[in-house]
Design a protein around this ligand. Sequence first.
Ligand code: ACO
Length: 425
Amino acid sequence: MSQVAELTLDGKSYQFPVIEGSEKEKAIDIAKLRDQTSYITIDAGYKNTGATQSAITFLDGENGVLNYRGYSIEDLAEKASFLEVAYLLIFGELPTEKEYADFEYEIRTHTLVNEDMRKIFEGFPVNAHPMGVLSSLVSAMSAFYPDTQDSPDLTSLHIIRLLAKLPTIATWSYKKSQGHPVNYPQNDLDYCSNFLNMMFALPVGAYDVDPVVAKALNKLLILHADHEQNCSTSTVRLVGSSHANIYSSISAGISALWGPLHGGANQEVIEMLEAIKNDGGDIQKYIDMAKDKSSGFRLFGFGHRVYKNFDPRARIIKKAADDVLNKLGIKDPVLEIAQKLEKAALEDEYFVKRKLYPNVDFYSGIIYRALGIPTNMFTVMFAIGRLPGWIAQWKEMRTNKEPIGRPRQVYVGPAKRDYVAMSDR
Ligand code: ACO
């Protein structure tokens, strides 16, 4: 007989089915809890709540495992291209040569963005944060491609458009911040090289994409490509569950990612490391501040909701950071601060007790800096990487016809009372 969970409430006993995932994760299915008992569960921050059964990404926080559709992140980061991984996440299997060629061709030939989008972009102030601009412009795409609502084909052109145009749009903010004209995509370049060309080429001379830089970017994008039900992905699924179009859903995910406790941490990490450097390199001062709850300061790039041993992405990124800096011949003093800070934190009882380890964002900024990406674009890079994951999760949610997401609450405000006329208050 399959396992059941028993609950005793008000002297009555109830049974709920236990379900098991393909990697032996267990969950109590409480879908009928309220119907049968009139109780609900409370779980602030969803620390124990599974929102869905998903076949996309497996994550084992205790053992530092991350697999996309069964393939380990270590294997994919070493051997695959970002678009191959995007295909895997979105369509469920690694593409054959023909499938890959068709997919890549479609993306290559949809990189150009409607000129009227540029007019919207021109209205943003020069110092606007690129994440705000990105989220707004992705939302604006729904106005340019309004046929989304009726599209029965969830693998349609909208997915291609998003993957193809996000890098183009992303480079506009950087170009504007530099006072340089934006670059049009060049469809003879691969995905990562095209992005780098749009970022760094100038009309006054030739720009050759450094293969070391393109390869590092490919790896970083793969490492960020999906991470199951995190804050931004859950946002995408929740917004999409009302059958909002894919552009609005992804735009909401970009906004969620921006927060410093989530993807925005990569910008915060570098700013923190810079601050430590400019403060004379006093690492202990910052460790003490992070331990002092009244300071309001956290060690950015440390801690994770799920990983309680190590973040496998952080391991790969740390090594990649070393490689990239060596190959490019860059000596970044901030890397040394990061290494010292990591060592000091990992030896400190506060961090050990709470199982706080470096996360994906701790070293990613150091590589982005080496690649010439400015600090306020770090989270945009994360968004470009995460896009296939958001798309895959959105598509899975719609394909499985999941119900609209609508959590409940326990009301703790005033009990019912009578209205008091203003003159009597
Ligand atoms: N610095 C200092 N203390 C920390 C940190 C940190 N970076 N992270 C967690 N803690 C402490 C908390 O104060 C808490 O202590 P307590 O038990 O004494 O109250 C304990 O560790 C548990 O922390 P929670 O906030 O309850 O853990 P949660 O799972 O809710 O948060 C999070 C995870 C948001 C990632 C948190 O560790 C954090 O804020 N880290 C810094 C921001 C960051 O790097 N975010 C990127 C995460 S990866 C990503 O989103 C891509």
